[in-house]
Design a binder for this molecule. Structure first.
Ligand code: IDP
Ligand code: MG
Length: 149
């Protein structure tokens, strides 16, 4: 089953939005198969945001993402990558649709609450950056037949 990496960024933790955001993803039917509260070091932050090295916002992005605890999780479900991205909304909360996490809960592009992998390929890479294989739990929910085709 498809897996994706989600990070609740330091602003989500400081604004007490962990429950609100997880509740949306969980209610949708995505299954949490791994999670941890952690503080990123600069090296891991550089690896995670490697595609943005050299962009004008890169240094601020790294200091922000390493500034305090984040909640990392792996979500599993059919099309979990694109479903999570749709639920997050556009990168800039000012143009993110109402009904999305960023559209409903954020205003600032540098404090946009949540990261979600943007492709299957990045999901694989990002999951392995944050979690060891044995930290990802394979389990069934008894309600799964009500959620999936
Ligand atoms: P994404 O988080 O929606 O995938 P990316 O383009 O991958 O967006 O950018 C990674 C993160 O970098 C964004 O979530 C945002 O926090 C930050 N970022 C992106 N573009 C800008 C910008 O123009 N100014 C400030 N921060 C930005
Ligand atoms: Mg991205």
């Amino acid at each position: 089953m498809e897996k994706t990496l989600v990070l609740l960024k330091p602003d989500a933790i400081q604004r007490l939005l962990i429950g609100e955001i997880i509740s949306r993803l969980e209610s949708k039917g995505l299954k949490i198969v791994a999670t941890k509260l952690t503080v990123l070091n600069e090296k891991t932050a550089n690896q995670h945001y490697g595609e943005h090295i050299g962009k004008p916002f890169f240094d601020d992005l790294v200091s922000f993402i390493t500034s305090g605890p984040i909640l990392a999780m792996v979500l599993e479900g059919e099309n979990s990558v694109s479903i999570t991205r749709n639920m997050m909304g556009e990168t800039n909360p000012a143009s993110a649709n109402p009904g999305t996490i960023r559209g409903d809960l954020a205003l600032s592009i540098s404090h946009n609450l949540i990261h979600g992998s943007d492709s299957l390929e990045s999901a694989e890479k990002e999951i392995s950056l944050f979690f060891k294989k044995e930290e990802i739990i394979n389990y069934n929910l008894t309600i799964e037949n009500w959620i999936h085709d």
